[in-house]
Design a protein around this ligand. Structure first.
Ligand SMILES: Nc1ncnc2c1ncn2[C@@H]1O[C@H](COP(=O)(O)OP(=O)(O)OP(=O)(O)O)[C@@H](O)[C@H]1O
Length: 268
């Protein structure tokens, strides 16, 4: 078993034939907790979606848990909490039912949930601090609590890699604290975390490493504490500290050409 959770080498990721993230090199070892930072529209979501097969790998290599993206045989090893989603207000399902859906990839096609599956669902709900809401309709929860339900849904499969897109955005302080606590727990248990975020503050105790995406390029890779100001991001960094060169990236690299380029014909 590889000790790498992620390996990107010269990876170009986009939609259709339009490249958004270009020529990305990144390795993440199992158990690391990595923040993906960058300004609006820089390509953070596209990078994370590329790891899940939700955006297209247009070139280079993207391996997730040792296999090329999309070739995972066991679903459930990768958990995903998408951006800005809450649970539909029209959905009559309870917290237990929504989180239970997250366990399905571990069941396979025909197996019915057993005690271990029910325990995993209950543990995931407990981890996000909603054990007392297990039988409540999700529509009755606040937006922040619904985000926590989606985190629990991802945790229910006991993923080895958890990719989260802006988990704390627009979330109340209690839910932010609950999320920080659960991410600290799963990280300590060995789960690899990749968290797209604008605000590192709530998760600064968990996320130790950061990569910065700027106009589709990875321009920094190093300790979160060494990240300089990122436009649109609330990064905590030592005042006046210059970002050290880490793994070949520097914040003061020349900015790449802005916006997306077409891969096939090179035009915008
Ligand atoms: N499905 C899509 N099809 C085509 N282009 C897209 C698609 N999704 C995003 N883009 C484009 O990709 C670029 C990067 O978007 P992305 O969502 O990856 O940025 P981001 O850094 O996550 O931004 P934000 O912080 O605002 O969420 C933008 O120019 C956007 O318009």
């Amino acid at each position: 078993m590889t000790d790498l959770a992620l390996r990107l080498a010269g990876a170009t990721i986009g939609y259709g034939d339009v490249a958004i993230v270009r020529d990305a090199d990144l390795t993440v070892r199992r158990g690391e907790a990595v923040a993906v930072l960058g300004s609006n529209g820089s390509g953070k979501t596209t990078l994370s979606r590329g790891l899940l097969g939700l955006a297209t790998v247009l070139g280079g290599t993207v391996e997730v848990l040792g296999a090329p993206v999309g070739r995972q045989r066991e679903h459930g090893r990768i958990g995903y909490v998408p951006q800005r989603h809450t649970v539909s207000g029209a959905m009559p399902a309870t917290v237990r039912e929504v989180v239970g859906v997250g366990r399905l990839p571990r069941l396979g096609l025909f197996r019915r949930p057993g005690p271990r599956d029910r325990a995993a669902v209950a543990e995931a709900v407990d981890a996000v601090g909603l054990a007392d809401r297990l039988e409540d309709p999700v529509a009755a929860l606040s937006g922040g609590q619904q985000r926590r339900v989606l985190v629990a849904r991802a945790l229910a499969a006991e993923p080895e890699l958890l990719v989260m897109d802006e988990p704390t955005a627009g979330v109340d302080a209690a839910s932010q604290a609950a999320l920080a606590a659960v991410l600290a727990r799963v990280s300590a248990a060995g789960t690899t975390l990749l968290v797209v975020t604008h605000e590192t503050g709530p998760l600064s105790g968990v996320l130790m490493r950061a990569v910065v995406v700027d106009s589709g390029r990875l321009t920094f890779d190093g300790p979160l504490a060494a990240v300089g100001p990122v436009a649109g991001a609330d990064c905590h960094h030592p005042a006046g500290a210059a970002a050290p060169p880490v793994r070949g990236y520097r914040l003061d690299q020349p900015r790449p050409a802005p916006d997306a380029v077409r891969v096939r014909d090179g035009s915008r």
